[in-house]
Design a binder for this molecule. Structure first.
Ligand code: 13P
Length: 251
C-alpha cells in the first residue's frame, strides 16, 4: 500500500487562545519545527479573530494556518458568519468543516458540511472534512454506516478532481477530549474503509488524518498505520512541546 502520501499534522485550537499566549505558543512551534521531517506538513487552525495574528507570525515559516469553520454561503445577510473568501484573504491554507462539535452543538448536517467544503475549495482553501461516530453508534455496529454517510454527502457534491484536493479527518466522537484514543487497529480499520470509499470516487491519495486524544505517547503507533496520514490534534496542540512531538511522529 502506498505510503507516499504527504504526512500532515494539524492543530485545532478550538475556542482557546489569547493574543499574548498565542505569540508564545506560535514562536515555540516555529522555532521547534526544525527537527520535524521536511515531508511533514504542519498547520494550526485558530479562532477567526486570530487569523491576522497567525498570518503575521507564521508567514514565511513552514507552519500553515487555517480556520475551524466557514459559512455555507458565499456572502450576504448572514449575521455572525464568516465567508471562506474572508479566511483566504488572511493567507489561510485550511478550513476545518463538519467537526463533530459543530454537528452536535450547531446542528450541522452533512449536506451543509458539503456546501461548506465546496465554499472552502472555491476560495482556494483546503477543507479538512471531519467524520466520526458516537459511542452509541459504535456499540450498535453502525460506525461504517455513519462515517460512510457523512463522507458520501461530501463526495456526492464534488467531482473527483475536487475530492483529490480535500483532507479527511476521522474523529470518533468518543475519543475527542476524553483521553481515550481509538486503538491504532480501530482507527486503521475505519481509515481503510474511508480510503476504499475515496478510491471508488477516483481519489485514493486523499490525506486521511486521525483525531481524538492524539498525544506524544500514542502518535507513533497511530501514524504507522498504512492508511493514517497524520493527525488532527486538539488539546495537545495547545502545548508546543507535545504538538511538536506529535509532528515528529508523523514520518
Ligand atoms: P483532542 O485531541 O483534544 O481529543 O481533540 C481532537 C479534536 O477534536 C481535533 O479536532
Amino acid at each position: 500500500m502506498s505510503k507516499q502520501r504527504t504526512k500532515r499534522v494539524i492543530g485545532n485550537w478550538k475556542m482557546h487562545g489569547r493574543l499574548a499566549a498565542n505569540v508564545a505558543l506560535l514562536n515555540e512551534v516555529v522555532q521547534g519545527a526544525g527537527p520535524v521531517p521536511a515531508g511533514t506538513a504542519i498547520g494550526v487552525c485558530v479562532p477567526f479573530p486570530y487569523l491576522a495574528q497567525v498570518q503575521q507570525q507564521l508567514d514565511g515559516s513552514r507552519v500553515a494556518w487555517g480556520a475551524q469553520d466557514v459559512s455555507a454561503h458565499e456572502q450576504g445577510a448572514y449575521t455572525g458568519e464568516v465567508a471562506a473568501a474572508m479566511v483566504a484573504e488572511f493567507g489561510a491554507r485550511y478550513a476545518i468543516v463538519g467537526h463533530s462539535e459543530r454537528r452536535a452543538y450547531h446542528g450541522e448536517r452533512s449536506e451543509v458540511v458539503a456546501q461548506k467544503a465546496l465554499r472552502a475549495l472555491s476560495a482556494g482553501l483546503t477543507p479538512v472534512v471531519c467524520v466520526g461516530e458516537t459511542l452509541d453508534e459504535r456499540e450498535a455496529g453502525a460506525t461504517e454506516r455513519v462515517v460512510g454517510a457523512q463522507l458520501d454527502a461530501v463526495l456526492d457534491a464534488m467531482t473527483a478532481e475536487q475530492v483529490a484536493s480535500i483532507v479527511v479527518a476521522y474523529e470518533p466522537v468518543w475519543a475527542i477530549g476524553t483521553g481515550k484514543s481509538a486503538t491504532a487497529g480501530q482507527a486503521q480499520q475505519v481509515h481503510a474503509f474511508l480510503r476504499a470509499r475515496l478510491a471508488a470516487k477516483g481519489a485514493p491519495d486523499v490525506s486521511l488524518l486521525y483525531g481524538g486524544s492524539v498525544k506524544p505517547d500514542n502518535a507513533v503507533e497511530l501514524f504507522a498505520q498504512p492508511d493514517i496520514d497524520g493527525g488532527l490534534i486538539g488539546g495537545a496542540a495547545l502545548k508546543a512541546e507535545d504538538f511538536l512531538a506529535i509532528c515528529r511522529a508523523a514520518n
